[in-house]
Write a protein that binds this ligand. Sequence first.
Ligand code: BGC
Length: 744
Amino acid sequence: MKNIEILISEMTLEEKAALCTGATAWTTTPITRLEIPRIQVADGPHGIRKVVKSESLGLETLEATCFPTASCLASSWNLDLLYEMGQALAEEAIALDVDIVLGPGVNMKRIPTCGRNFEYYSEDPFLAGEMAASFINGVQKMGVGTSLKHFAANNQETLRMTIDAMVDERSLHEIYLSAFEIAVKKAQPWTVMCAYNRLNDVYGSENLYLMTEILKNQWGFEGFVVSDWSAVHNRVKSLQAGLDLEMPGPRERRVQEVIDAVRSGQLDEPVLDEAVHRILRIAFKSASTIKGKKFDNAAHHALARKIAGEGIVLLKNNGILPLKNVTNIAVIGRSAREAHFQGGGSSHINPTKVDVPLEELEKLAGNALITYCEGYPADDCTQSDMITRAVEAAQAAEVALLYIALPTYKEAEGYDRTDLDLTDQQVRLIQSVTIAQPNTVVILNNGSAVTMNSWIEGVAAVLEGWMMGQAGGGAIADVLFGHVNPSGKLAETFPLQLSDTPAFINFPGEQGIVRYGEGMFIGYRYYDTRHQSVLFPFGHGKSYTTFSFSNPSVSQRTFRDIDGVTISVDVTNTGNMLGKEVVQVYVHDQISSLMRPSKELKGFAKVELQPGETKTVSIHLDFRAFAFYHPGYRQWITESGDFDLLVGSSSAEIHIVEKVTLNSTLELPCILDSRSSINDWIQDPHGKVVFESIYKKIIESPRSNEILTYLMDLPLIEVLDLPGVSDDTYPQSILEKLLKQVRD
Ligand code: BGC
């Protein structure tokens, strides 16, 4: 391979421009003369969707393993598993001659109705970022690239190409950028994909602040930025903002625009060279991975089953599960026959095989008699006769297993849900069956939260099976019969109703704009801070065994922010079955100068325990675990003070609280501007110089109390607006005037 700088100097302007725009829908432009290879990309994120004809966006795709989608993956809270899946995915990419997998997606689940939530991990940026980093490291370890997407604030499908997300700077950094930041810093994805939408009026593909200032300059991203498919509006502007590769191609007009812009001086050639440099680095890197080696279908199918088994969440259980000694089972619901294992849209995989849930159940059910009824149709029609037959079957059995999948017409890429409900027929079916058979277990397949208020009371157990991948049918059977002890925990809150959700009144926006009025308070950050009841809290998930937490300790009671602190706790399996528990550590800031959510997830670990076994789990919390983004300083800051470290098995079940004291090592100047109070000016060493003499006079004045109480806490801007003190911008004279007023 030639030195990249030399290579760039040998490239013509035409070649450089061509390299920065796709040659086909899925490949970059090769330059044979200089032995520059093409890059082949394919959709992910939970499988390889290699389109057969690279000229077409295409429906015809090669077979690959369809792993569980991101909601299920995140619910495993198992970083090692994500790494393992990443490696398997890379093996498939290698077999299918793919250089870069277009995933993972780390957009926040701002609201459960986002149609694409199944492709995203969580409502929590820390969890999403850690999961993504592990996945990316797994893929890239094998010499295959990833594309972290969609950068940024791409949180709805309604008007997804143009919607303008209005997000304040603090929420942007703390919630909407954090997951990207973690993934970039911990895993250096080969590419980052810009989002379609606008952020504070600027398109993702033209956003200099996002792509250049933050991603490349602040976070040190080394790869290239690729556009989402057809997200580019103005190619020259997008290059100037830091968008290196436009996809899909071919787009001759775009290439010509770039050439013309350089020739006319509108675009500096070094800007183009920078994009070329970034693309070339990755092109040569991926070319060095030898492609073609076949992957082991059966092993990957088994891995998909294992992952699904860890991502399934046991939401409710009155003790009916795991099923023991049942001889007569009614299996109801068409998703027992037609597995609902993935979502609609660009992530749709052509699976190598698909487990039929009913058949997998039969394999593990021994001699039990199994009766199947469809229960509900594929569309949204009401069919009372189906319900009648289901009720009869349930009555005749010992247990009814209700397989309920949210239909794709309700939830897919390209549109959002309008409610969180199952179909009317499904609700009626559950209600009728549970009246006839109290031993009813509901097995759900959906990509994000659904409501259950009208039926949850009556059912004995609920399993959240998500879009569980091609082997999910087997995984469900494993969990139902206790071959796998469920250990999934919700990576998103299940609200009681849609109108309880924090973004409800600001979704999906109007007149092309969506205001993120809830700020940082999405998901549990909102419900916890407001003490609002939910159906199932973030982090919730039951097991067939029980765990206890004991012997907490911290490495230091008082610590410096740059050192961080480690919390340790003993976890014991107090039941009689092998199981896994997720130790979740949340941080609560006791006093903060800016409002903070009442607690935030900052660490977690999944631990496997034999019955009676105890393990010590230690989790390190670093600077960022205690910091918040201060829009005044435009950086993450810590403030000295007391924090509670909350250790729990969900955001609502906190078992241990440890108090620690942080010493901030930051020396931050007080931000003094027109929004600062007079008090702030006086407290600050620099501000004090301005105000000292005036302050003295105030103190000495006979009406000092009145002045102090009235004025000291007012922001300067308010003081400026007081009658008689307008038009003056120099604080000293303002106070002098004030003083004069008071004297008079
Ligand atoms: C999606 C991306 C996807 C791309 C290519 C876009 O519509 O938003 O996630 O990678 O298409 O299929």
